[in-house]
Design a protein around this ligand. Sequence first.
Ligand SMILES: Nc1ncnc2c1ncn2[C@@H]1O[C@H](COP(=O)(O)OP(=O)(O)OP(=O)(O)O)[C@@H](O)[C@H]1O
Ligand SMILES: [Mg+2]
Length: 227
Amino acid sequence: MVDLLLAVRGLNKQFRSGTQSVSVLSDLSLQLGRGESLALTGRSGSGKSTLLNILCGLEKPDAGRIQVLEEVFDSRKPAGSRQAEARWAALRRRQIGVVFQEANLMPALSLLDNVRLRARLAGQADDKCEDWMERLGIGELADRYPDQVSGGQRQRAALAMVFAMKPALILADEPTGSLDRHTAEAVTRQLFDLQARHGCGLILATHDAELATRCNHHLDLGHQPET
Ligand SMILES: Nc1ncnc2c1ncn2[C@@H]1O[C@H](COP(=O)(O)OP(=O)(O)OP(=O)(O)O)[C@@H](O)[C@H]1O
Ligand SMILES: [Mg+2]
């Protein structure tokens, strides 16, 4: 049996707009083992980004239990949630690498310094950072600042940051969404290579059906039960 990395049970999330409540995630459960990958698909607005945000603690579910490694977050146990923010922050610093639709880079630091900072915060050596940028095809942009590069280049810098921190779990929201097909293929290869080499888990939100078939598991949020 694979070593369990993530276990989610009974997750519910609603958003209120005005007087109306819209159910985005309803009684969702999933599990992921170390070294496994899961593709999240579903139409625009089906809740892929919301789920990824919940799985790294940036969004709170209305109900549900989430276990990441040894940490348990249970909405029914308020006592256990007292230091939840700090526990989620520690997980994001060392164990959960996130690549979101909007790359989260420090504007005052060069791309390379962004990657180095991420590695150091995760307690990793920062001597491989240039190498990661090279492999992702942005080696020549190391000294540029985030506002001096394109959206796809920023996204690749965000991926280099995740690679440099060597997390146990990678959450990637459309990581190749703003890349041309050739670059997307190269970046995807690096992502799956890294995952295989480090045995980390990978959850990938994507509209790309071919990319979804490369993952071990597939969850289509378009087929969530209606409430
Ligand atoms: N902060 C918020 N307040 C209100 N509604 C929200 C909020 N965030 C997301 N939503 C709504 O929740 C639903 C799910 O959004 P989400 O961003 O998770 O979709 P998605 O599957 O990632 O879509 P896409 O493929 O377009 O990225 C959408 O209907 C969205 O409008
Ligand atoms: Mg999204």
